[in-house]
Design a protein around this ligand. Sequence first.
Ligand SMILES: *Cc1c(COP(=O)(O)O)cnc(C)c1O
Length: 431
Amino acid sequence: MWVRMRFDIAWSDLACGIRSVCLPWDPATLQQQICRHWSAPEEMLPCLSVRSGFDLLWAALGLAPGSEVLMSALTIPDMARIAEHHGLVAVPVDLDVEHMAPNLEVLQRAITPATRALLVAHLFGTRVPMEPIMKVARQHGLLVIEDCAQAFVGRDYEGHPDADAAMFSFGPIKTATALGGAVIRVRDPDVLRRMRARQATYPMQDRGAYLRRLVKYSTLKAASSRPLCDGILSLCRAAELDHDHMINGATRGFAGPHFFERIRRQPSGPLLVVLERRLRTFDPRQIAERAARGDFLVSRLPRGLKRPGGEAQENTHWVFPILVDQPRRVIASLGKAGFDATQGGSLRVIAPPADRPELDPRAVRDAAAKTVFLPLCPQMPIRSVRRMARVLWQLQGEPARRPAVARSPAVRGRLRRGRSPLVFQQGAAQG
Ligand SMILES: *Cc1c(COP(=O)(O)O)cnc(C)c1O
């Protein structure tokens, strides 16, 4: 079975983390080293998580209670919760699903005199073109915050230069994960100073807790290797356990009570060591490979098949969602063929404030009900990618056809010789 549960972290990173738990560190020095991996080190703040940084940001901004924050209507549920905790009103902005970008018309209609800020999430590996959004924001004097948790690609994108803040997550399911940690870019030095001062009053993340994380994800990484995974999945089936539910539960951070107490921690030395290592050794070619693999699957899909972000100009395919009318049937058929697709994800649709039902994000809600994530991962050989596409063709009642998209002669040649394009082989070697 090809599972979607793959963690983007090497055994050597995990070993480095486990080693560093036992050593003394100076977090301040490590923080500086982390900041130096970004183009504007003086604007960066390493945090325990994006949610921790987002919470710090609102505390530092001190907006008047009742201020409205427009948000991409699809995000992790904690983001709206954090804004609301600071007395703000979270207002969803429906997305144009084909581009996975805030719908500009809806955005303009949602603005009221109480609107102060706009949170734009770059989702699934797509990148929202920020310029038109910045224009609207400038007209109305809105703060712009970019949620780049799913959009880390290294120095190629550190947020729009004029955005007030950009947030990058290195949580367990993210690109270049450190099993936690985040880096927040904040343009206003006063706001950043206040965030830093507030974070300095927080208790330190418990090293034992980080060690448990390292051990837990080492176990999950081992369990997601193919032979072991097949065994575990059959055990789950035998015991009638829902493995999908378990995966989602296992990878959700800060679940359970005392949420705010738990996000309000300084990142520990060992976490910063791993985060610094991930940034230092990050290879953007890994992103190019992932994007190429995704584009290849796109070229093989049934022509009528729609995808969230299918029309997006930039897509590095952090995950690979498709839109289908009968998600369960599709998941079952893929499962039979050995592909662990899923409907589940960590994202939720934000409900509109009670007095503004017209802002219900219908497009995103419809799409969410039809979305299935395919288990495209770097380890998957090209023939399996093709086979996965064929299953989808069969579901549409058509035999798989040659792709309509013309490819470069070099790639065509390699495919003809029955070899996967080079990028995929490099990806597999990294495994
Ligand atoms: C993962 C994620 C977050 C939260 O990141 P943490 O560092 O885990 O707090 C926020 N927004 C989006 C869109 C995410 O995918």
